[in-house]
Design a protein. Structure first.
Ligand SMILES: *[C@@H]1O[C@H](CO)[C@@H](O)[C@H](O)[C@H]1NC(C)=O
Ligand SMILES: *[C@@H]1O[C@H](CO)[C@@H](O)[C@H](O)[C@H]1NC(C)=O
Length: 319
């Protein structure tokens, strides 16, 4: 019994000593997101146990990136190892400031990864880690045709380009009815020197295809729609139906169609009326038809001559 009691006391002492060594806790945001070319904030703060009333004094802070040997930022007993691209996020940080967040001035794709933050204070030490992910928005896609002047009566290829995005995204094609085209498509991905992605997608269009309007949409890595471009294949070469929807032509087209329909109808009505009129006149003129024929024969007889001659040359039997 006595030995068990002694063991229990030792255990309690051991635990409290262990706890006494970790009066502080480094708490970090698990996921930090940054935009390419902008600054990144990697958030970590030092928290003290509730029964500690004094603000601890920070002796050492070291920020390191996993896989990189050299520390990015070191504060060691009042001395700061400076690096222009990495600094404490707090503008005038001092050893009583528990916000030890790291600021990366100009974020690149290589900055993605896991970061360790190690803190030593007069109340104990602790280390934690945090993650940084980087995104870059793709440029607005642009569609070009090959050959340059394709029409609905020629085969051709539409090429869509979107550049400078990260992580790798996707280009997708949709037709007039917003149906996605998966066939006859090649997508090409190239990486720029800065680790960003350029996307290029080619869509083959056959002559006399029932579809003439195509949309190319760029989606980011998590499937979110970023931007799009539209292209309409013209009926005739040279007719303006370049990028986007030309609202003017959309309005003008129906007006022209309706206008010509009305004009056509009017023309038909006028012709119909005139015909009826002529027919009426002809019917009333029927009794004179005989005379007409005689004159005609006379004309043909007097071929080549003028009217006066014709009269004189006209045979008496026909007059
Ligand atoms: C730490 O400091 C940065 C920069 O001033 C600030 O944006 C961030 O909100 C601070 N974090 C906390 C938890 O106070
Ligand atoms: C993708 O786009 C969606 C919607 O625009 C956005 O909420 C998301 O954060 C983006 N993801 C990436 C990885 O860029």
């Amino acid at each position: 019994m006595a030995s068990t009691g002694i063991l229990l006391i030792f255990t309690v002492i051991f635990i409290s000593v262990g706890e006494g060594r970790t009066f502080i806790n480094v708490e970090c945001k698990t996921e930090n997101r940054a935009l390419y070319g902008q600054s990144s904030l990697l958030e970590c703060v030092v928290k003290t146990a509730q029964d500690v009333t004094d603000v601890p004094q920070i002796r050492v802070v070291t920020w390191k990136k996993k896989g990189v040997e050299k520390a990015l930022l070191v504060f060691n007993r009042g001395r700061m190892e400076d690096n222009s691209n990495y600094s404490f996020a707090e503008p005038s940080w001092n050893d009583k400031n528990m916000n030890v967040s790291l600021l990366i001035a100009n974020t690149t794709v290589e900055d993605e990864g896991v970061y360790d933050c190690m803190v030593m204070t007069n109340s104990g030490d602790n280390t934690n880690h945090t993650n940084l992910s980087v995104t870059a928005k793709y440029s607005k896609p642009t569609i070009k045709s090959i050959p340059e002047n394709i029409t609905r009566n020629t085969d051709g290829t539409l090429v869509c380009n979107a550049s400078g995005g990260y992580p790798q995204g996707q280009l997708r094609w949709f037709d007039d009815n917003n149906v996605e085209w998966t066939k006859s498509i090649d997508m090409e991905v190239t990486k720029t020197g800065h680790g960003l992605f350029n996307l290029s997608s080619s869509l083959k269009v056959m002559r006399e295809s029932p579809f003439s309007k195509f949309t190319c949409v760029v989606f980011n890595a998590s499937g979110g729609k970023e931007d799009e471009d539209r292209y309409e294949i013209p009926d005739e070469p040279g007719t303006t139906s370049e990028h986007g929807s030309d609202s003017a032509s959309r309005i003008v087209a129906p007006v022209v169609v309706i206008g010509s329909l009305i004009a056509g109808l009017l023309l038909v009505l006028v012709l119909f009326n005139r015909r009826r009129h002529q027919q009426n006149r002809r019917q009333s003129a029927t009794p004179l038809m005989g005379d007409h024929r005689e004159v005609r024969t006379c004309e043909s007889y007097a071929e080549g001559g003028d009217h006066q001659e014709m009269d004189t040359k006209c045979p008496d039997s026909l007059a």
